[in-house]
Each structure stands twice: as C-alpha cells, then as structure tokens.
Design a protein around this ligand. Structure first.
Ligand SMILES: Nc1ncnc2c1ncn2[C@@H]1O[C@H](COP(=O)(O)OP(=O)(O)OP(=O)(O)O)[C@@H](O)[C@H]1O
Length: 336
C-alpha cells in the first residue's frame, strides 16, 4: 500500500471536439491541465470548482473510467492505467442524481444485486448490508421499494452501494445535487461518519459550506488547474484584507455589474439569484468604503437589505475562482 491513498502528478486530459457547422473548427479542450494531488489515507478531501472546472474529469481519471493524456496517478500505490484491477478493487464511485438504482426493487434487493456484482462473498452479504443500512440511516426502510424513497434517501442508498465491497477510497461526485437542505445535512452526517471509519473520501461539490463543514483539506480547481489547496482556514486567507458589501436587489444589469467592477477599490463582484431577488456581493479592499459608489451605480434598481460584513470562506472561493478566470487561455483552436 502506498503512503498516500490518492496521488496524482501532472495529471492531464484533453478532449478534441468539433464546433461550428459552416466552418467547422477542431478544438482541443484541456479539461484537466496538469493536476498534482496527494491525499492521505483516511482524509476527507474536497475538490471544489465552478461548472466545467474539471472536477468530474479528474475523478474519472482517478477511478480508471478515463485514460489520462498525460501525467500519472496512483490509488493506494497502484497505477490507474497499468493496474486497473487492483485500483478498482479498492475504490467506490458515487455520483449525484438519480441514475444507477433499480426503482422497482426494494433497497435491500438493490444492495443484494450489487453485492453479487461486486463479488461480496454470500456469507458476508447479509451482515455487510445490515451494517451499511445503519451507516446511511436507512434501517427500518430496507424493504421499501426505491421508488418510494426521497432524493436524499436515494443518495444515501447510493453511498451504501458504493461501499459494499469495502473500498479504501470513495469518490463522491456532487452527492448533494438536487437534495433539499435537511436531507443534505443528513447526507453530510453520513459522509462524516464514513470518514471516521477510516475510508478516504474525495468529495466534489459546488457548495463551499459543504466542503468547509466536512473536509480537512480542499483543492479549488478551475480551468483544469489547481488554483488553491489547503485547510478551510488556510483558504480563508485568500480574502484577507477585504470587506464585503452585500446588496439584495431586483433587476441589476450586466452593464451595472461592469460599472461596479470598475470602481476603485473593488476586487470582486458576484451575483447570485434567489427566486425573484438577486444577491450582489462586492468585495473591496478593507480600507475603501465602496458602499456609496455601489449604491450610486444601482440608482433606479429596487433594493432590499444592504449589509457590510467580514469575508467568509465562500468569498475566498470567489476570489480564487475569479483570479483563475483572468489569465492563460486553455482552449486552443485550429481549423479542421
Ligand atoms: N467528453 C467530452 N468531450 C469534450 N469535452 C468535454 C468532455 N467531457 C468534459 N469536457 C469538457 O471538459 C471541461 C471539464 O469538464 P468536467 O465535466 O470535468 O467539469 P466539472 O468541473 O465536473 O463541471 P460540472 O460541475 O459542470 O460537472 C469542460 O470544459 C467540459 O466541457
């Protein structure tokens, strides 16, 4: 067994795709453009990044579903390209969403079926399945059909499925996608308990709060590259020396965002949509009060609450990802 549960050195994967119809262009997208990782045994490690950052591709390279176009990776010391059997025996893969379970079967029959598929010995199956139902808090609901399960329950059943063969490393790709907040909290408890049993977990998520609560260390990926890596406390430093102004608004335009972004002292601007309302976040240098400027740019827009606060980990994440969006083009285009 290697010193690390997961190791990657210069991991790279590009895709060729065609775009356009009249004058097709062949494009090469560097989905993962040289990623180094070293995750210790038993760590709960977060991989965080915006849409298209390269999270799923990274996971698929590590779990042998995709072959790298460069670099190398090892799971428990086994090479993901040359020793796929050894790697597969040691990993579980759970992805968010609804795929991968048989709705018309009971939860127990689903797990029995997958236990057979994963080669769990018959005499161990009963005990293992009971253990897993307890871990994912579904004891008492084992014989209900999966179609009667809520999304959160299905997701926990997915985790149980991924653990049947006692993998040393579990890849959890966006487990809380589409799950309501209460169910997401239960899911987080399950993941935390799982890590406490010594399983190494690599979790991808869009939610900084989720990564903050669960993960010992977090890697932020954007544009196929690692932009930051550290404990939540270390990542928070990326927003040091800043303050944040939050404005609830209705109908802010792109032009207004650009104007705010251009104000002196403004470092980041983000806009989240919550139902009919928008939540505008403006990070600025701590010594500069941008509130008057921001409100001036928003004249004519209906506004709700305006709050000034200290930066959070989420703000640090916005700073890291926005910084990554600026330089080095990662997409090369050549005529087909
Ligand atoms: N099969 C493919 N062919 C071409 N391009 C692809 C393919 N799969 C992924 N990509 C591209 O690679 C980049 C990284 O995608 P990836 O799915 O790894 O991102 P992600 O971080 O998981 O994003 P999301 O959070 O949206 O799932 C994106 O630009 C995506 O469009």
């Amino acid at each position: 067994m290697g010193e690390h549960a997961i190791e990657a050195v210069g991991l790279h994967r590009s895709y060729r795709s065609r775009t356009g119809w009249l004058r097709p262009q062949r494009r090469e997208v560097h989905a993962v453009a040289g990623v180094d990782l070293a995750v210790r045994h038993g760590e709960l490690f977060g991989l965080l990044g915006p849409n298209g950052a390269g999270k799923t591709t990274t996971i698929k390279l590590l779990n042998t579903l995709l072959i790298p176009t460069g670099g190398e990776a090892r799971i428990c010391g086994f090479d993901v390209v040359r020793q796929t059997r050894e790697v597969r025996r040691r990993i579980g893969y759970v992805f968010g969403g609804d795929r991968g379970l048989y709705d018309r079967l009971s939860a127990r029959d689903n797990l029995r079926y997958f236990a057979e598929l994963y080669g769990v010995p018959g005499r161990e199956q009963k005990r293992r399945i009971a253990e897993l139902f307890a871990l994912v808090r579904l004891t008492g609901r084992e014989d209900d059909r999966v179609e009667s399960y809520s999304r959160g329950m299905r997701q926990r059943l997915h985790i149980a499925r991924g653990l049947l063969h006692r993998p040393r490393v579990l890849f959890l790709d966006e487990p809380s996608i589409g799950v309501d907040p209460v169910a997401a909290r239960e899911l987080r408890q399950t993941v935390a308990e799982l890590a406490a049993t010594g399983t190494t977990v690599l979790l991808t998520t869009h939610y900084m709060a989720e990564a903050d609560e669960l993960c010992g260390r977090i890697a932020v990926i954007a544009g196929g590259r690692l932009q930051a890596l550290g404990t939540p406390a270390e990542l928070r430093h990326h927003a040091d020396g800043r303050r944040v102004l939050e404005v609830q608004a209705y109908g802010v335009t792109d032009g207004q965002l650009a104007a705010i972004r251009a104000r002196p002292g403004v470092r980041e601007v983000s806009l989240a949509v919550h139902g009919a309302a928008q939540l505008l976040g403006v990070q600025s240098d701590a010594g500069v009060d941008v509130q008057a400027d921001v409100l001036r740019e928003l004249s004519g827009v209906r506004l709700g609450r305006v709050t000034a606060r200290q930066p959070t980990l989420e703000d640090a994440y916005v700073a890291i990802v926005n910084r990554a969006a600026e330089p080095t083009p990662l997409v090369g285009g050549v005529p087909a």
